[in-house]
Design a protein around this ligand. Structure first.
Ligand code: FEC
Length: 314
């Protein structure tokens, strides 16, 4: 007999239209509406992205569909049928909607996974909390993949992306030691450090492993996309790091945003527009590795960790 296992695939979520940005921003701010100035600033950033205003929606849709295919084509697990459901943190379908949809389909056993490889109580932890709370009310037994930041195939594919851009720099005349690789991730409030949160450590572990894989010795870690709130956020920010590197006469910089897996605002605006503008001012050449999006290698990572989690539930 085939057992059906639901897979709740969770991601950040993005507005559906410019009119929807205010509600989205209010949700991120836990019900506090942004000021007119903050709202305009965010809408301007969405409008500035080239190639589509809300690319994260399409990218998440594709990732969920690709993961479904990867799990369905599994010859090993003939007794298990995996059914993927999408659940977004700040937009429809919300995490709770995804859990409810599973329950309506009669699913009682599920695995939850976030499209972000590193665990933090303030990021992945809050996705898990919401999914768990909803699952309890719907009679769904759900277990979670908390992180997969050192999965060998993840390190392999990120290493390949770093090497590909380093080759482009070499073709442009840069020597290996002239290039600084900057691994980056979304900043979080500094207070996470005092509660022993593993986020920073996991990001450094991924960075070290990818650097080793690509044979990079000249690298450092930097934060990006800090929120616009009064409390201190983890730094240094990528823009400050570029200014520091300029003082060290570094001319070539490769940014590898290993904390993200998709093309979205924080990559397409914060790096490709904002950081590029600062690099140009400093007369530096800046490149970024391509995002994983629905690369089959990333789908293989996700399907592997989902299957491993499901096997532990048997
Ligand atoms: O393309 C898109 O539409 C969405 C891009 C997007 C991603 C993303 C990922 C993460 N965030 C994380 C933490 C925070 C915290 C706050 C916060 C605020 C924002 C705002 C926007 C936004 N985030 Fe985000 N984040 C994205 C977008 N984020 C827009 C609001 C304006 C601003 O501050 O820039 C602060 C909340 C507060 O005000 O209290 C904290 C983390 C990630 C990476 C992990 C994940 O994907 O969940 C952590 C993509």
């Amino acid at each position: 007999m085939t057992t059906k296992i639901g897979v709740l695939v969770m991601s950040y979520g993005t507005p559906e239209s410019l009119e929807d940005v205010e509600a989205y921003y209010t949700h991120i701010r836990r019900g506090n509406a942004p000021s007119a100035e903050q709202l305009k600033e965010l809408k301007d950033r969405y409008e500035a992205i080239v190639g589509g205003v809300f690319p994260l929606r399409e990218n998440t849709d594709r990732q969920v569909a690709s993961l479904q295919s990867a799990l369905s084509g599994d010859e090993l697990d003939k007794e298990i049928e995996y059914v993927c459901y999408q659940g977004l943190k700040h937009a429809r379908p919300f995490i709770e909607d995804g859990v409810e949809a599973m329950a309506k389909d009669g699913i009682t056993e599920a695995v939850g996974i976030v499209l972000a490889p590193h665990y933090s109580t303030m990021s992945v932890g809050t996705y898990i909390k919401r999914a768990k709370e909803k699952a309890e009310t719907c009679g769904v037994n759900i277990n979670f993949v908390e992180s997969y930041h050192l999965h060998p195939q993840l390190i392999e594919v990120l290493g390949r992306r770093v090497s590909a851009k380093l080759e482009l720099f070499a073709e442009a005349g840069a020597g290996k030691d002239d290039i600084r690789v900057l691994f980056s991730a979304h900043s979080l409030p500094e207070r996470i450090l005092s509660i022993g949160d593993p986020y920073r450590e996991q990001l450094l572990e991924t960075s070290q492993a990818v650097a080793d894989k690509a044979g990079v010795t000249s690298w450092q870690f930097t934060w990006q996309s800090a929120g616009r709130t009064a409390e201190p956020w983890l730094g240094p920010d990528v823009l400050d790091t570029l200014r520091e590197l300029s003082k060290e006469q570094v001319e070539y910089v490769l940014v590898a945003p290993v904390g993200f897996v998709s093309d979205h605002l924080e990559v397409l605006y914060d790096l490709d527009i904002e950081a590029q503008a600062v690099a140009a001012e400093l007369d530096m050449r800046l490149m970024r590795i391509e995002s994983l999006n629905s690369d089959p290698a990333y789908m293989a990572v996700l399907s592997d960790v989902v299957r491993t989690q499901a096997a532990q539930m048997k």
